[in-house]
Write a protein that binds this ligand. Structure first.
Ligand code: ATP
Ligand code: MG
Length: 260
């Protein structure tokens, strides 16, 4: 495994209304690793991603990118760490899908012709080419999710933070996303993914954190965490289908007849 890329130590975060969303969270992800954040609604997954992206400043504790405190790095962090928001409406704000995907490249001042080529290539790869001239607010929710992912993939940050990327995507597109993550890892990228989708998590993750009420309830290999009945109960999760199949085969129950 590569070296530690992004981490935090003893992070607390309190929203202005007093909600204590993170209560002493320590986390780390290594280069080329896929880490998932699991846990019930309101557990603090999104808040942790926002803290890791440098968009929220912890009330206590520190965040490090390659060993440097992100407060020292400032806005430079954005070059290295990209976040796909849970709500695509937080990500998309341009008049057209093309402009939204092109945004980061225009920020770094690439020539427009180069931008066109890159945006078209990525849009083709993601199957959203037909949406490029549309206004983002007119897209379906699933289409928005795909475009939101594209706006980050386009500039290829080293670390991709994704918040519920599979929500509202068709099953076939979820498979596609799994491949995309695997390819990303092959080219040295690092992923931190908050998700309620245990099948997706089991498929892509090397390591998992389970958050409950702003604390790390458990961390470890997805196969171990996701087969622990007590933990699944606490985290309001279910066992991934693949794991259930393996267990069924072992107990011979898979041989039972199905519907008559
Ligand atoms: N802007 C905000 N102001 C006040 N409280 C907030 C705000 N955003 C989130 N919270 C609260 O912080 C806690 C953690 O929320 P967060 O969105 O991080 O959870 P989550 O694990 O991502 O949940 P979900 O699975 O529903 O996306 C919740 O109790 C939530 O109500
Ligand atoms: Mg969330």
């Amino acid at each position: 495994m590569g070296r530690e890329v992004l981490s935090c130590r003893g992070v607390w975060f309190r929203y202005p209304d007093g909600t204590e969303a993170l209560r002493g969270v320590s986390f780390s992800v290594h280069q080329g690793e896929v880490v998932v954040l699991l846990g019930p609604n309101g557990a603090g997954k999104t808040t942790l991603l926002l803290v890791l992206a440098g968009l929220l400043e912890p009330s206590k504790g520190r965040v490090f990118f390659r060993g440097r405190d992100v407060r020292e790095l400032g806005p430079e962090l954005r070059k290295y760490v990209g976040l796909v928001f849970q709500d695509p409406d937080d990500q998309l704000f341009c008049p057209t899908v093309f402009d939204d995907i092109a945004f980061a490249l225009r920020q770094i001042g690439l020539p427009e012709e180069e931008i066109r080529i890159r945006v078209l290539d990525l849009a083709r790869e993601l199957g959203i080419e037909h949406l490029l001239d549309k206004a983002p607010y007119r897209l379906s929710y699933g289409e928005k999710k795909k475009v939101a992912i594209a706006t980050v993939l386009i500039y290829g940050p080293e670390v991709l933070l994704m918040d519920e990327p599979t929500a509202s995507l068709s099953p076939r597109y979820v498979r596609f996303l799994e491949e995309l993550v695997a390819e990303g890892v092959d080219s040295g990228r690092t992923f931190v993914i908050a998700t309620q989708d245990v099948d997706f998590a089991y498929e892509v993750a090397d390591y998992a954190y389970v958050l409950v009420e702003g604390r790390v309830e458990a961390e470890g290999r997805p196969g171990e965490l996701l087969s622990d009945p007590e933990l699944l109960e606490k985290a309001e999760l279910r066992e991934p289908r693949k794991l259930s199949e393996i267990l069924l085969k072992r107990t011979g129950l898979a041989e039972l007849p199905g519907r008559p």
